[in-house]
Design a protein around this ligand. Structure first.
Ligand code: FES
Length: 103
């Protein structure tokens, strides 16, 4: 099964312990930097219209600013309701200071 590498941003584009929103083709993604380690999830909360890149990041937990549901950005698992459906996560590869994902 072939996988494609997609460049999302530079590592320097995402401040320490924060997130940015990146649109790439059909994908709308949140790119997180937790202590220099990068994680990528879908940006749209699985519960509604919340944008996770605008949420509150606490360690590896992103809290949606819409109804305060939360996910673990490492696995996508729900941490706090009302979210019920995990958020999709992507495999991140750092390549020459670029944040890329494999899809
Ligand atoms: Fe994110 Fe409801 S839209 S918790």
């Amino acid at each position: 099964e072939a996988s494609t590498r997609i460049r999302l941003c530079s590592t320097s584009d995402v401040d320490w312990d924060s997130a940015i929103r990146v649109e790439e083709g059909d994908l709308i993604l949140a790119v997180f930097n937790v202590n220099g380690v990068f994680y990528v999830t879908d940006d749209l909360c699985t519960h509604g219209p919340g944008s996770l890149s605008e949420g509150y990041l606490d360690g590896h937990t992103i809290e949606c600013d819409f109804h305060n549901g939360a996910f673990d950005i490492r696995t996508g698992e729900v941490v706090t309701p009302p979210c019920m459906i995990p958020i999709k996560t992507y495999k991140v590869v750092i390549e020459n200071e670029n944040v890329t994902i494999e899809v």
